[in-house]
Design a protein around this ligand. Structure first.
Ligand SMILES: O=C(O)[C@H](O)[C@@H](O)[C@H](O)[C@H](O)COP(=O)(O)O
Length: 256
């Protein structure tokens, strides 16, 4: 494993995806257990994406008092069928929420007719259950959750909002094998905003795969700006970026 720090961001590079996933699961479960030794519940937000699969597989095997965790997710498509496997709530249900017994699982409803009301409902939950940990990925366009560069706002006044998805983001969903064709990918979603994600005291960011190599390079080498949302991880007080051999492939000696 190779490790370095860029600004405040700790970066860890693993030989392959499985080792990376196992390491994230170990770190997250240790943090959960440490917090549970001091407080009754832990509130945790999960990204819903194939990049998180190895992490989830390892996490559910960890020794954690799941019944003391309140789970959230960070975004949801608008307008997919309620039981569509691509729905982020459904994605997490299959891989995580049905595997262990959380105290509560809090789903975003992408089919709520009144999306403003749904954003307010979820905002109220996030305020009630203050986030302790966020587990997230990075998009090919450097998005965090569905904060694509054109809608990402580090000073966003909202915690949850409706956004349109840019072409690179929608194409990524096809590249990831979640949808067969671009025109199947919804154009809009509800997402937690950058302030809602970045206020979590602990952030574990898991980014494997060759398709993310350029986004990883931008994350670590460009100026910190919400036009490249993942660069903001570099000023988070407690964030760790987990990479594999492929996603780290473009990082040269000036980093390593
Ligand atoms: O809920 C999520 O997790 C988000 O929509 C998103 O930010 C995702 O983490 C990245 O786009 C990485 O996604 P992939 O794993 O699909 O590459």
């Amino acid at each position: 494993m190779i490790e370095f720090i860029k600004n405040r961001l700790s970066v860890k590079i693993f030989e392959n995806r499985n080792l990376m996933g196992e390491a994230v699961a170990t770190a997250v479960s240790e943090r959960i257990n440490e917090l549970l030794s001091k407080q009754p519940f832990v509130n945790i937000i999960f990204g819903a994406a194939p990049s998180q699969n190895e992490f989830f597989q390892a996490l559910v095997k960890k020794d954690v008092e799941w019944s003391r965790l309140n789970a959230f997710h960070m975004d949801e498509y608008i307008g997919l069928d309620a039981d569509a496997p691509q729905g982020f709530g459904n994605f997490l249900k299959e891989r995580l929420f049905d595997k262990v017994s959380f105290n509560t699982v809090n789903y975003i409803d992408g089919n709520a007719g009144d999306y403003k009301k749904e954003c307010l409902r979820y905002t109220a939950l996030l305020n009630k259950f203050e986030t302790d940990i966020v587990c997230l990925g990075i998009g090919e366009n450097t998005h965090l959750a569905f904060n694509d560069p054109h809608v990402a706002n580090v000073d966003d006044p909202y915690f949850v909002k409706r956004v349109d998805l840019d072409l690179q983001c929608r194409t990524q969903q096809v590249n990831d094998g979640c949808f067969k064709e671009l025109n199947e990918v919804p154009t809009h979603a509800l997402t937690l905003t950058l302030p809602a994600l970045l206020k979590a005291p602990y952030a574990f960011c898991t980014v494997p795969g060759e398709k993310k190599a350029n986004a990883v390079l931008l994350t670590l080498s460009e100026h910190i700006t919400d036009n490249l949302p993942s660069t903001l991880l570099r000023i988070h007080e407690n964030a760790i970026l987990y990479l594999d051999d492929q996603s780290s492939a473009l990082l040269d000696n000036k980093f390593l």
